[in-house]
Design a protein around this ligand. Structure first.
Ligand code: HEM
Ligand code: HEM
Length: 150
């Protein structure tokens, strides 16, 4: 079960990245062309946020289920760069990213002006993308070779 969740969590990174980048591109184009902020654009933002929430739920399940949470503060785990990555860095980086994505979605919904909607979507989703790219255990990172591309 947990192995299945891990594969799902690993593969869904591409869904999250695709949705984030696609929403950002459409937002940048829409703002530049001064188009109205369409319901399609709002839906793209919602789907991106939902993909982030699914990753959060799967991630928290792995975090507790695979025993990472019990290593918090454990000196041996904290001294090992790979273990510390999953116990602390991945958790915090991704929670910040999911929070930024959720805030982005809610603040876009609350704005009444279309330019403000575009600006908020670009700012919050752009920042979320930076945190996600920095917090993924990419297999080219030294020590993370065992983690795949999918
Ligand atoms: C640990 C798990 C989760 C947490 C802590 C969480 C947290 C939140 C929070 C704080 C909001 C409110 C955002 C706002 O003010 O607009 C929200 C909204 C929402 N979440 Fe989650 N969520 C989780 C999992 C999920 C999952 C698994 C899904 C879908 C499969 C999901 C789908 C949604 C949807 C559709 C909304 C409403 C968006 C809207 O229409 O404004 N969430 N969630
Ligand atoms: C956008 C959000 C996220 C993305 C894109 C993401 C991506 C990934 C990727 C690619 C892996 C490597 C999986 C593998 O190759 O086996 C991973 C592992 C993991 N993630 Fe996330 N993650 C996200 C959010 C989270 C969150 C919020 C948590 C919460 C604690 C979390 C907890 C974990 C854990 C515990 C592992 C290690 C699984 C293991 O080897 O035991 N992730 N994540």
């Amino acid at each position: 079960m947990l192995t299945g969740f891990q594969h799902l969590h690993s593969a869904l990174r591409w869904g999250v990245l695709f949705l984030l980048v696609w929403t950002l591109i459409q937002s940048l184009l829409g703002k530049r062309k001064e188009e109205a902020f369409s319901s399609k654009q709002a839906k793209l933002g919602l789907f991106t946020m939902i993909s982030l929430h699914i990753q959060l739920l799967l991630g928290l399940t792995l975090y507790v289920g695979k025993g990472w949470s019990s290593m918090l503060g454990n000196p041996t785990a904290m001294g090992n760069a790979i273990m510390r990555f999953f116990v602390v860095e991945h958790l915090i980086g991704m929670i910040i990213a999911v929070t930024l994505g959720t805030l982005g979605h809610s603040l876009v919904k609350r704005a009444s002006d279309d330019t403000v909607k575009y600006k908020r979507q670009i700012l919050f989703f752009g920042l979320a993308l930076v945190f996600i790219m920095a917090s993924i255990p990419w297999p080219f990172r030294p020590g993370f070779e065992a983690y795949g591309w999918f």
